[in-house]
Design a protein around this ligand. Structure first.
Ligand code: C5P
Length: 482
């Protein structure tokens, strides 16, 4: 990592040097412990940024000969901390979770832990000595730095020659958390620093193009139908409808009996694809916003097989996300640390299953309107009968990117164990007004005896089932208050 102008933002000055210094201290500390025989456990979250950040930390430590293992968990709560403690590792390195439970972690582990994270926490918590959080170094952890770029900084502090390849996973994590919010869907801040490293080492190319999935690997109609963000009613998940619409438009979809890919189309032909897609985007006033989401910077990993989804950084993150959400985080980690054989083929089948699950949940929502309740700007999806706990984040992300919900705050709920409900909330890109969702969810959950937190645009909570309505009311009130 080298100092970069892109790491500064107009209203805050990020301090990459200070971050690097802090990361170096932690790296030295861990290497010292390892020399004394310490066993380290990396604990991470199951989403794409979680799996990539955990894998970066794991790989960097393993390359230095540290006795390290990695474990991905859906949520960190008191029960999870107790289970981790019982496993008696000598040091616990948390990535993508832990910032909200520093007191509990200190109680359980004393000084034998560190947290690499980007979730926003109250000012007082930011000063905790075991926390290395993007917000502490002037980065907006919602858009300029993810856990994977934080883990990458740590990896570079351990060895900036050997670990430079991990910049690719840092990009995967940033895209997984949808942090490509710069001009033309560029990465900014610390994420851009990792991107620049990857580009300068010839690992990734960044070009402007249509953002459909499978651009280079799938027939055009499949690529269009497989794109879920933005979610396009009538096309996303509907291969036959996409084929019919594109054929009617006169686009030449085959060449010599072989399906053409989006990558092979001329600019004019790509324009035609955009026209067809626009026809499906309802004229609810957000069409232009949805269309904007279809174009932007494409990040290609030049050493990955062009026939796999790992070639495209956004698709790579979707593969990881599917692994985590389908309870096979182990496959995601294996892929991150280099398995391109059995883990990859299992992950690809899993991805098909994951998409079909998502489709079923979305169909159910369309058919049963009573499952969605509107309260002001908030849409509450009551998914306890048909959405699994691990899928709430995916469903809420999809809905928030769809034309119907993109000016809403989406709150999806599902059962969690016997007595709790899991809530996932997302703010649609066209939401009017300003809300810090992470703060709203944290405060509302704590008021009803639950836990919550996250980012300004995406957050989650777990609350007692019996107090679900009170929780929702608090969220709606806080959102209305701005
Ligand atoms: O679980 P879900 O995908 O809805 O979470 C959205 C974001 O909120 C994630 O980044 C997650 O780590 C964060 N979160 C949190 N504290 C919670 C629940 C979720 O920081 N209790």
């Amino acid at each position: 990592m080298v100092a970069s102008e892109a790491a500064t933002t107009p209203d805050r000055l990020s301090d990459q040097g200070a971050l690097f210094e802090r990361a170096r201290d932690e790296a030295r500390h861990l290497l010292d412990l390892s020399r004394k025989g310490a066993r380290v456990l990396v604990v991470t979250h199951i989403d794409a940024d979680g799996l990539s950040s955990g894998s970066i930390a794991f790989s960097a430590l393993a390359r230095k000969g540290v006795a390290v293992s990695v474990r991905a968990i859906p949520d960190l709560d008191l029960k999870a901390i107790e289970r981790l403690r019982a496993d008696k590792f000598d040091f616990y390195l948390f990535t993508d979770l832990g910032s909200g439970l520093l007191g509990e972690l200190s109680k359980a582990f004393g000084e034998r832990f560190a947290v690499l994270d980007h979730h926003q926490v109250p000012e007082a918590d930011l000063r905790h000595p075991r926390l290395i959080n993007a917000w502490n170094f002037g980065y907006d952890g919602g858009v300029e730095a993810c856990s994977s770029t934080m883990a990458y900084a740590f990896a570079m502090a351990l060895d900036d020659w050997e670990n430079a390849d991990l910049s690719q996973l840092a990009i995967v994590g940033a895209l997984g958390d949808r942090q490509d919010k710069g001009e033309g869907r560029m990465l900014t801040g610390l994420n851009k620093v990792a991107l620049d490293d990857a580009v300068s080492r010839g690992l990734v190319s960044a070009t402007n193009d249509l953002l459909f999935f499978g651009r280079e690997t799938r027939p055009v109609h499949e690529a269009v139908a497989m794109s879920y963000t933005p979610f396009i009613q009538g096309l996303s998940g509907a291969k036959d409808a996409a084929l019919a619409a594109l054929t009617t438009s006169g686009l030449r979809l085959k060449e010599g009996g072989r399906w053409r890919t989006l990558g092979e189309l001329s600019n004019e032909e790509k324009q035609k694809v955009v026209e067809v897609v626009s026809g499906f985007i309802a004229s609810a006033g957000h069409g232009a916003d949805v269309l904007k989401d279809l174009l932007g910077t494409v990040y290609t990993f030049v050493f990955e097989d062009p026939l796999t989804p790992l070639r495209d950084a956004r698709e790579f993150s979707s593969v990881l996300n599917a692994c985590g959400r389908m309870d096979r985080a182990d496959l995601g980690v294996s892929i991150c640390i280099g398995d391109r054989e059995s883990a990859l083929s299992s992950a690809l089948s899993l991805m098909a299953e994951y998409r079909s699950k998502l489709n079923k949940a979305l169909q159910r929502l369309q058919q049963e309107e009573d499952k969605v309740a509107t309260q002001g700007n908030v849409m509450v999806v009551m998914g306890e009968e048909f959405i699994e706990e691990r899928m709430t984040g995916s469903v809420s992300s999809l809905l928030a990117s769809s034309d119907r919900f993109r000016d809403k705050l989406v709150l999806v709920r599902a059962r969690s164990g016997e007595s709790d409900l899991k809530f996932s909330s997302r703010i649609g890109d066209s939401f009017p007004g300003k809300v810090n969702l992470g703060e709203v969810m944290r405060a509302a959950a704590e008021s009803v005896g639950g836990v919550g937190g996250g980012h300004s645009m995406a957050a989650g909570a777990k609350v007692p089932f019996a107090r679900r309505d009170e929780f929702t009311r608090l969220v709606v009130e806080r959102v209305a208050a701005g």
